[in-house]
Write a protein that binds this ligand. Sequence first.
Ligand code: TXA
Ligand code: MG
Length: 321
Amino acid sequence: MTTQYFESAQAAAAAALIRKGGLVVFPTETVYGLGANALNPGAVAKIFAAKGRPSDNPLIVHVAEEAQLAQVAAEIPAPARLLMDRFWPGPLSLVLPKTPAVPGVVTAGLNTVGVRWPRDPVAQEFLKAAGVPVAAPSANISGSPSPTTFAMAKAAMAGRVEGLLAGQDAEVGLESTIVGFPEGRPRILRLGGLSAEALAEALSLPLEELLASSVYRSAPPAPGMKYPHYKPEARVIPVDSLGAAQAAAEPGAAWLGLCEPPVGWDGPLYVFRDLDDYAHGLYAAFFDADRRACPSIVVLRPPETGLGRALRQRLEKASQA
Ligand code: TXA
Ligand code: MG
């Protein structure tokens, strides 16, 4: 397939391809998305083919206007409205009862739909110009790390989509946090780019209630969580200390963490200032380590707080066989 390239200033031209039933990769502040008109089942079906994605894994629908939200969400529970007012546009997806207009191919047959209003300015311009809600998973081949730079999105999707819209490096760098409302109670279904602490504070709920629900601990929370995810070619080896890192070291292994590696480390270094920087740089570091053909990436786990929670979950998934 011939892929058309668009500069950030050409968001409207890229959006025209969505209206024609095409697939368009576009930037967001979490990760790059692979978009199609959410109300066109034929267009949405092409997303699953382009990614090699299992069809029982539902998609998040992106909006940039109240009218687009009303097209897909049949009802907005009070705590969902509170979170929208506080955190939209931003790295938060909400699982809401769907309208009949949303085809089953988007929601994998569920009667709910995941919705997000991104804050990236190019994403907003693109979505407004599309004029329809846009279903979009992360723009990676299923199982691989999500693209956080245009170069990563292009490497994954060139030749598989009608359009590639350029943007900045994703500001947040982790997928959105997903919140659902089983029996009207807010629960985190997937940790992500908005911290659990921020959500708990906004909802005046104990963190444990938001996190430790049966929904979060057992299957199926977000259906996609049961599949392999976020895996680079290099083996990912999470460790908790420099001693453990030393024991796992091999020639050419990459180092990734919030501090310098053990002395004498032989391989590329990805050292982050803080948790925001870690989130921003994690997937791009995976991509770079693969480009350098590192056999493994030894990763010092971040503390289990704020974005560290989501980072630890991504590292566990990335390290699973
Ligand atoms: O930041 C993000 O969320 C990015 C950008 C592009 O917006 N998108 C993204 O999409 O990460 P994807 O497809 O890689 O992950 C979507 C997740 C899956 O785990 C899926 O199971 C869950 O959202 N999901 C979607 N609809 C759902 C629903 N109705 N109920 C529960 N989980 C749902
Ligand atoms: Mg994904």
